[in-house]
Every structure is written in structure tokens, then in C-alpha cells.
Write a new protein. Structure first.
Length: 209
């Protein structure tokens, strides 16, 4: 995919993330502050505005994702803004200068993003956070770099969703959910769901092209 195609993919993804706000809010009302969906909607609505602005002209795919991350960080606010912003900013910086978005590029984006998110918040797989979906998708992406993106992305998105599903069996150790202890068992982490949705919608777009 070239830069224009990536831009269209992320506009589609942003639109779908905004539409996902009610589902994410419902999840967060059970295990969090109830505002995760609102933050995601605010952040991705800002992405939609950015991507439809003709003045937004990133020089390459790395620059594109770095600026996406900055916009999320600024517009979402709170812990989620910092985490999802870090994912795209660090991931984008790791592919600076890249002009073709393929399986290898996505692997670098996810793996470098995951490491940066870990360095920032110290959450690891098993802690019931977005890292459970991110780490699962990054691991799968690292194994599929030789495949075409259209063939790799369904498997990467599936891994993210499986990672999110596994959070239902975990006890939260971060945020407000930590205070609920075992009462969080049986409920999916909203951040993990958001991470899985992002890759799900990226894949949906690619499969229709």
C-alpha cells in the first residue's frame, strides 16, 4: 500500500472507531471510569478531521503514523491518549522514510509500538490492558512478514481479538479496575478491545480493496 491508500485505510478505521464508542463505553462502565469510549471517539474524530484536511501532507508512511500518534495523544487525553499515542508515535518513528506499507512495515509498527508502550506504562501481557491485544498482534505480525499484507492482516487482527478475549479471565492490576479485583473477571478490558478493533477495521478496509 502506498501513502494515499494508507490514508484511506486509516480514515475508514477512524470512522469505525468513532462508531464503536457505545460498545467501548459499556465495557468501561463495568471495569473502569466509563469514559474510555468517549476518549476513543474524541481521538479518532480528531483523526478524521486531520485526514480530510488537504493541508495534512506527511512525507512518508512513518511520518504519517507519527503524526497520527501525536494527534491521538493531544485529543484523547488521559492514560488512553498517552498509550495509544505512544503506540503510533513510536511505531511511526521506527518506519521513518518508508513509502510502502506491507507486512514487514506493520510488524515493525506494532512491535516497536508495543515496546514503547511497555516502557511508558510497564504493563505486560497478563495485566489486563491493551497490551494483551497489542502484544499478541505484534508477535503474530513478526511471524508473517513474508506474507502479503492482505493475507497477513486477518491473522494479525484475529490474534489481537483473541488477546482481548483472554483479558476476560484476568484480574486487572492497573487503573481503576485494579480496585475491583476479582470482580473484573469475566469482562473484557476496554483498551484491549480498542486495540483489537483498530486492527479489525484496518483489515476490513484492505479486504474490500
Amino acid at each position: 500500500m502506498n501513502l494515499l491508500q494508507v490514508r484511506k485505510m486509516m480514515l475508514f478505521t477512524a470512522e469505525k472507531m468513532v462508531e464503536s464508542e457505545p460498545a467501548l463505553t459499556t465495557l468501561d462502565q463495568v471495569v473502569g471510569d466509563g469514559d474510555h469510549g468517549i476518549g476513543i471517539k474524541r481521538g479518532f474524530a480528531a483523526i478524521m478531521v486531520l485526514l480530510q484536511d488537504e493541508k495534512f501532507q506527511p512525507t512518508n508512511i512513518g511520518d504519517f503514523f507519527t503524526q497520527i500518534g501525536t494527534k491521538l495523544m493531544i485529543s484523547m487525553g488521559g492514560a488512553s491518549g498517552a498509550i495509544f499515542g505512544t503506540l503510533f508515535r513510536a511505531g511511526g518513528k521506527s518506519i521513518t522514510g518508508v513509502t510502502e506499507f506491507d507486512s514487514d512495515t506493520l510488524s515493525k509498527l506494532l512491535n516497536e509500538g508495543w515496546q514503547a508502550v511497555y516502557q511508558r506504562g510497564k504493563a505486560k501481557p497478563g495485566d489486563k490492558t491493551m497490551v494483551d491485544a497489542l502484544a499478541a498482534s505484534a508477535t503474530t505480525a513478526g511471524q508473517l512478514t513474508s506474507l502479503k499484507l492482505i493475507d497477513a492482516l486477518p491473522k494479525i487482527a484475529q490474534s489481537a481479538m483473541e488477546g482481548a478475549e483472554k483479558t476476560k479471565q484476568m484480574i486487572a492490576v492497573f487503573g481503576r479496575a485494579k480496585n475491583l479485583g476479582e470482580r473484573t473477571i469475566g469482562h473484557m478490558d476496554p483498551g484491549a478491545a480498542s486495540m483489537a478493533y483498530i486492527l479489525k477495521y484496518m483489515n476490513e478496509y484492505i479486504q474490500t480493496q
